[in-house]
Design a protein around this ligand. Structure first.
Ligand code: GLA
Length: 730
């Protein structure tokens, strides 16, 4: 059994794959965290309780005789404010008398064979689940803490439901999803920061006394900081040591915190960002928080990533598509931008046929009055003046070539110059019209108010109409600006601070009614590249356009950083033209294909301008991708061995789960004259299996290949790539 409770010691043990999570109910009825890490025995863990308290400790309310009893000193499963705990609270409430006090103490538990889904929010599927019931002894306010463990990954999914059982209104000032603590402060805090066209760089900061906070205030998860926080032991590295990761499955403003405490522990907590948040819970209402996916590995940062990848592939990403062969696309965006005609699109499709490309994706510019990014968003009606013969003329041509047709939408947006805005200016988010304040633009557009049902209905109907009336098998769903004025004309004043979370709920509602309602359409997520790359989007969209920077050189860093949390199959990457449109850099087509071929792949250039030689190469790349790479991208394990964010090289080995196949992709940024000899070493092979290296004919044990490697003989100049294929010899 994965979850076990021992009544004598009041201890819960949750055993996942290679991992135990344990906590106990102590003599103050507090849920005291004991362990998250390597598997441990089901022993009495009371010996690890707090050894002492300082004179400034506040005792448990009402207990004047036990200085050792203080909520502020117990390692927590949840922290609450106003009763002696000065750490970051997981929850803060306000009752009608103005008090902000609560004590959430043990009130029972349930063990469920299957995890119930969260109402209105995406979450991990399945898994045995513990529900720990906590209640305030003086008012009928409680918290149900959900814990789910899995036997196929070292992961635990956590969330909290806050329950107002009182006859009055309770206001939530803060309602995080989880808390736990690590036993000492010997950790680095890892986060992924970035910007447009430069997403998910790795940042590591020594854990400190006080709070390190990773957050978004954008009403989206954002490219600025990803909803991820890592705690990496100081003696850990990419391949060894303790590494913990928390990923919040949430697409709106979030916060994740690591607080170094004076007792040398680190408190980790977070959830919905409580900045600009206040939620009114009427009598009898509950509040569901988004789920946090927490993983552990003693195989360093690489092991942590592989646990995230397995957990997401097995339990989060749409099962129908997660391991299925992906569309190999030609997207016209960088090939034409807005400047296309029906004939031009047909020519690009024709030029792509026969090369192994199976899907043609028509990007922005096909609808409304959309010849640039100043107008048209919101009007999901085909622009037949531009697309002579309508959408069907293009679709029929694409289909006649044996290819599928895909289409771009940006459903959450509206331009001022659009029929939608002219008819319904109030649909757009902005300062209240009565205030006279001008609204903020972003890419000349506004975000639609998804907290409103009528707005969501408009989006669902207009997008579904296009999907139902045309033979569309792929959708790219974009989102190109952040919410600035976080308010809705339709929410009462006391609920305005509910906006950012209500936007997320509205977003999931339209995902349900468009994405899930069209199960045969393959949906790709996008947000000015990768500005909304998160677990909630991945629950609906099996892949996300990783970055608007399509330069292979920069992509090594972006893809490396993204892989810290997200699987290769979740990243979409295209071969684009040179000089690259974002950086002006020229890289050879082999490197562009090799780097894009580590993800769900495709092309994004004017295929009509290729030479015959390039066309032959593209055909060969696609064969290599389908035959040797795709299975590894979809189901394999990733072993990173050269970090381009720190070195002149980038190296990743993708290894099949049974370790019978592997491909090492090695990339050199700058070629130095007479540079020191560099050895290339694959990683993740089975040391005891014998492999044949396709490129050299060498037959050797995995242990030999991984230890000795090969001296780098890489012809060409800068930005060159070499690949090695390993196949088990029986
Ligand atoms: C965003 C996307 C691009 C492209 C454009 C179209 O920037 O990230 O891939 O779709 O929008 O306007």
């Amino acid at each position: 059994m994965a979850i076990k409770f021992y009544p004598e010691t009041k201890t819960f043990f949750l055993d996942g794959k290679n991992m135990t999570y344990a906590f106990r109910i102590n003599d103050a009825d507090f849920a005291e965290h004991c362990h998250f890490g390597s598997p441990i025995g089901h022993d009495d863990l009371s010996f690890c309780k707090m050894a002492g308290a300082t004179s400034m400790a506040a005792s448990v309310p009402g207990d004047n005789g036990s200085p050792m009893k203080s909520y502020g000193y117990y390692p927590p499963e949840i922290t609450f404010y106003g009763t002696g705990d000065f750490r970051e609270p997981t929850v803060q409430i306000e009752t009608p008398d103005g008090a902000r006090l609560c004590q959430l103490l043990y009130a029972g538990y349930d063990i469920l064979a299957e995890k119930p889904a969260i109402k209105g929010m995406p979450s991990m599927r399945g898994g045995e689940t513990l529900v720990l019931h906590l209640k305030d002894p003086y008012i009928d306010f409680g918290a149900d803490l959900y814990y789910t463990v899995y036997d196929d990954c070292s992961a635990i999914a956590r969330r909290i439901v806050y329950i107002n059982g009182t006859n009055d209104t309770v206001v939530l000032h803060r309602a995080y999803s989880f808390a736990f603590s690590l036993h000492n402060r010997d950790y680095k805090v890892m986060s992924l920061y970035g910007q447009w066209a430069g997403e998910r760089s790795i940042q590591e900061t020594p854990a400190q006394y006080g709070v390190i906070s990773v957050d978004s205030k954008l009403t989206s998860s954002s490219a600025i900081l990803n909803p991820f926080i890592g705690l990496i032991a100081n003696d850990a590295c990419e391949t060894h040591g303790d590494a913990y990761g928390v990923n919040l499955i949430y697409s709106s403003s979030f916060v994740l915190k690591a607080q170094g405490l004076s007792d040398d522990r680190i408190l980790v907590t977070g959830g919905i960002n409580d900045f600009d948040f206040r939620w009114t819970l009427e009598a009898g209402e509950e509040f569901e928080t988004p789920e946090a996916l927490m993983v552990y590995s003693n195989e360093g940062v690489g092991g942590m990533s592989r646990q995230f990848h397995d957990a997401m592939r097995e339990h989060l990403i749409n099962q129908k598509y997660v391991k299925a062969c992906r569309p190999l696309v030609i997207n016209n965006w960088e090939g034409t931008y807005f400047n296309f005609t029906t004939d031009k699109l047909k020519e690009i499709a024709s030029a792509s046929a026969g090369l192994g490309i199976d899907t043609f994706v028509l990007d922005d510019g096909w609808f409304g009055k959309r010849d640039d990014d100043w107008s048209g968003l919101g009007d999901w009606v085909v622009n037949e003046k531009k697309l002579v013969g309508g959408l069907d003329a293009v679709i029929e041509h694409v289909n006649s070539l044996g290819m599928k047709f895909g289409l771009w939408f940006e459903p959450e947006m509206v331009n001022e110059d659009s029929d939608l805005f002219r008819a319904h200016p109030d649909y757009a988010i902005g300062a209240p019209m009565s205030s006279g304040r001008p609204r903020c633009y972003g890419r000349h557009q506004y975000v639609l108010d998804l907290t409103r049902k009528d707005v969501r209905d408009y989006i669902v109907e207009s997008v579904n109409k296009i999907l139902h009336n045309h033979h569309i098998e792929y959708v790219k769903w974009d989102y190109n600006r952040a919410v600035t004025e976080s308010c809705s004309e339709q929410l009462p004043p006391h609920r305005q601070m509910e906006f950012a979370h209500r936007y997320a709920l509205g977003l999931y509602d339209i995902f349900d009614r468009i994405v899930l309602a069209n199960p045969d359409v393959f949906f790709e997520g996008c947000s000015s590249g990768g500005a909304r790359f998160d677990g909630a989007v991945l629950a609906y969209f099996p892949q996300i356009w990783t970055s608007d920077c399509s330069d292979a050189e920069r992509r090594t860093e972006i893809q490396y950083g993204t892989s810290i949390v997200y699987p290769q199959s979740a990243m979409s990457a295209h071969v684009s033209a040179v000089p690259n449109h974002q950086t002006g850099r020229v890289t050879c087509i082999e490197t562009r294909a090799a780097i894009a071929g580590l993800c769900a792949t495709g092309y994004e250039l004017d295929m009509t301008s290729l030479t015959d030689e390039e066309r032959e190469k593209i055909k060969a790349f696609n064969e290599e991708y389908r035959n040797n790479m795709e299975e590894l991208v979809l189901t394999g394990d990733l072993y990173r061995s050269e970090n381009p964010q720190k070195s002149n090289f980038f190296a990743e080995t993708l290894v099949s789960k049974d370790k019978s196949h592997a491909v090492l992709t090695f990339y050199r940024r700058i070629r130095y004259a007479n540079s020191p000899l560099k050895h290339i070493r694959p990683a993740g092979l089975d040391p005891n299996k014998t492999y044949k290296v396709k490129e050299t004919g060498l037959v050797a044990k995995g242990s030999t290949l991984m230890s000795l490697g090969y001296p780098l003989i890489l012809p060409g100049s800068d930005f060159a790539t070499i690949k090695y294929h390993y196949d088990e010899v029986k």
